[in-house]
Design a protein around this ligand. Structure first.
Ligand SMILES: *[C@@H]1O[C@H](CO)[C@@H](O)[C@H](O)[C@H]1NC(C)=O
Ligand SMILES: *[C@@H]1O[C@H](CO)[C@@H](O)[C@H](O)[C@H]1NC(C)=O
Ligand SMILES: *[C@@H]1O[C@H](CO)[C@@H](O)[C@H](O)[C@H]1NC(C)=O
Length: 203
């Protein structure tokens, strides 16, 4: 009984700690120490097909040891301001626990000194919008401590456009539905006409 109480108390304490620790991180408090580049085909990129090559690493202008607390790197695909207008569900919030700018996970892997590269195939779920890429450095507690992005602070350079899968196939789907309805109707018409003719020839 007492043991259970202790466990409960520690869970409560731990969750309080989580609340305070993770609700407090603001984007503006993060240092921009990572260099991030994203290269891709110079065209409208297609979700589910096209690839983006992301490279990240520490900006070497920062003193040695700047990255000593970095344990994990989280790279994400983020909505550019133009694709956030009138969309509360993509809104940027300085409070990172409320921020909805970067909704798509590209990769999460242990931090390692030196540049890292990853070729990522754009996920099929990614909607049509304009994007940039951002990387967060996380400490041992999983809290964001630094970042980098392939665009400037205003999020206006090096943006790229992705076209969703659905947008491309909707017209094709409509065409095939129409075609199916048309074939069912014409088949029915054919049977009815055939029956009538049979009845007439019997009479
Ligand atoms: C950030 O949002 C979380 C969750 O809504 C909240 O608990 C926390 O107090 C907020 N932090 C700041 C600094 O506004
Ligand atoms: C690297 O960091 C330095 C110092 O903060 C900054 O002046 C420089 O612009 C950064 N380099 C790049 C490529 O962002
Ligand atoms: C990492 O990439 C940056 C450019 O993004 C480059 O200036 C730097 O030399 C690279 N570092 C290494 C160790 O390759």
């Amino acid at each position: 009984m007492a043991a259970r109480g202790v466990v409960l108390a520690s869970i409560l304490l731990f969750s309080c700690f989580l609340e305070t620790c993770c609700g407090m991180i603001s984007f503006s408090s993060l240092q921009r120490t990572l260099l991030v580049t994203a290269s891709h085909r110079q065209a409208l990129l297609k979700a589910g097909e096209d690839k983006i090559t992301v490279t990240w690493g520490l900006n070497q202008s920062f003193p040695a040891g700047t990255d000593s607390a970095y344990k994990t790197i989280k790279v994400r695909l983020c909505y550019a301001p133009i694709s956030q207008v009138d969309r509360a569900w993509r809104k940027t919030d300085d409070n990172l626990s409320k921020d909805k700018t970067c909704q798509f996970n590209i990769v999460k892997r242990p931090y390692s000194n030196g540049n890292q590269t990853l070729e990522w195939t754009i996920e099929r779920e990614v909607p049509t919008a304009t994007y940039f890429v951002r990387a967060y450095a996380l400490d041992a507690n999983g809290n964001e401590v630094a970042y980098g992005q392939n665009t400037d602070a205003k999020k206006s350079t090096n943006l790229f456009d992705i076209q969703a899968i659905t947008g491309r196939h909707v017209s094709l789907d409509i065409a095939s539905v129409c075609f199916s309805v048309f074939s069912v109707v014409s088949l029915m018409g054919f049977f009815i006409a055939e029956k009538r003719r049979a009845r007439k020839s019997q009479q």
